[in-house]
Design a binder for this molecule. Sequence first.
Ligand code: ZN
Length: 200
Amino acid sequence: MASKNRCPACGSSQVRVTYPPDCLYENSGLTGVHLVGKGVAETACAACGDVTTTVLQEAQLQQVLGMAIVLGGAGITGEQLRYLRKLFDLTQDELAQAIGKGRRETVAEWESREQARLFRVPYDELGLRVVLISLFHARIMQSEFCCLSSRHRSAFDHAAGAFVEQAASFARQANCKTPVLRVRRQGPLADWAPAPGIAG
Ligand SMILES: [Zn+2]
């Protein structure tokens, strides 16, 4: 088994391993992904002069990036959608079926928008995001390809469950003619807080 303290090119052990503190992860196909800390090893060989850069635990990194996208704030972009589709090992056709668009061309057109947001209105994105969360769960969390730790998995379950619940309640309230919001302040020094029983 290859040691990380041997030169991948010549096998020499005269190597120096350093960890560049901030690397752009361009192989991901995503713009502006910075890998910081000790996730990238740079092996410089004194024998042959070879310098090799290795992203450590890359499969887990890719799944964690996917998780950050599906659970992230509004504004999913074309390149993020393409990243997720590849992570889920789906064709454009299969993804189109999964999100109820039916036509491969819709997904192809979305992906071609690269860094542009797919939806100008964040609310329009909710349905897509719910589907992406469930695909993530089906393809990553429950497959033999899962590289996430139990801590990752419970954080995902918690955040995804809360998101799906909120989205469902948001969708129910969207049709309401006279929405009522209750906010309460418990006492003279208390903070305002949403009160339970928000009427729809
Ligand atoms: Zn070498």
